[in-house]
Design a protein around this ligand. Sequence first.
Ligand SMILES: C[S@@+](CC[C@H](N)C(=O)[O-])C[C@H]1O[C@@H](n2cnc3c(N)ncnc32)[C@H](O)[C@@H]1O
Length: 282
Amino acid sequence: MNFKSFYIVYYKHRVKKSHFLLRLYIFLILPISYIINKILYPSIIDLDKFSLKNSDLYKKDLNYLFQHFNSDKGEKLINQYRKPLNNVDNPIDGHCYHEHYEKFFSLKKNENIDLLEIGAFKGNAAASFFFYFKNAKITSCDLLPDLFLYKSKRIKNFQIDNSSEIEIEKKIIKPKLKFDIIIEDAGHYLKDQIITLFMLFECLKTNGIFVIEELDFPDTRKDMNIFDEKPTLREILLAIKNKKDFESKYVSVQQKKYFLENLGEINIFKGAHNEIAFITKK
Ligand SMILES: C[S@@+](CC[C@H](N)C(=O)[O-])C[C@H]1O[C@@H](n2cnc3c(N)ncnc32)[C@H](O)[C@@H]1O
C-alpha cells in the first residue's frame, strides 16, 4: 500500500468534509498514521500455497467465500475501509448479491474460464473466485492496484482507470484480452458504467456474462451523477429491454449496433441496498 492509496482510501473523504483545524490535524498525523498502518497492513498471500492447506474452500458456495475473503458481494462483511490499526470488527450488511452470482456463475463453475473484475480493491472477490472457479484465470484491476493482497499463477493484477476510454482501449481492448465473465465494481459513476459496458462488450466471449454492480448509483446518488446526466446506464438497459431506442453521447453508433446484435438477455436484480445487472452475450 503506497502513501497515495492510503490517503485516498482512508482520509480523502474526511479531508473533503472537514473544517480548517481538523484538516490541519489530519495532515499533521498523516505520515505517522501511514507508517503504523503500513506496518500493520496484511502481507500478500500466495493462493497457490494457501490453497494446499485450505482445500476445503474449493467446496464452498459463493456467499461463504465472499464472507471469508471479506468481499462486499455477500451477506455480511467487516467494513472494508477500516484502517489496519482499527481492529474493531463488527460485521456489517453486505450487498447480498451472492444468490444472483450463484445462479449465473454455477453454470460455468468447472470450466476453464477467464474472469475480469474491474474495481478489485484488496482482491476480496478475486480470492473468492479463485476457489469457486478452480480452473479459472482471474484478471483483477483497480485504480489502486497496490492494495491487492493476493498472488497466484492464476491471478493477474494491474492498474486501470475505467473512467478513461484511452485506458480501457490501451489496457484491455488493444491487447485483445477476452473474457467469459466481466464484473464492473469500480467507481460506479454514470460515464464509467456506460463506457465500460459498451467498450468491453466486444471483449466478452460467446455466452459470456457482463455484471454491473450498483447499477442504480447514478440514478439515486448525486455524487455518482454530478451533472444529472441522462440517460443513465439503468435507463439505457430498461429502454433496450422494452425494445425502445436510446441515445447516449458515451455510446458510438458501432458500439450500439454491436451490443444490440450480440445481446442475449438483460437481468436486473435488487440486492440488500442496490441493483445489479447480469447481461449475457449470444
Ligand atoms: C467497493 S470497492 C470494490 C470491492 C470489491 N470488488 C469486492 O468485491 O469486495 C471499489 C473499488 O473500485 C476502485 N475504483 C474506483 N474508481 C475506479 C476507477 N475509475 N477505475 C478503476 N477502479 C476504480 C476503488 O479503488 C476500489 O478499490
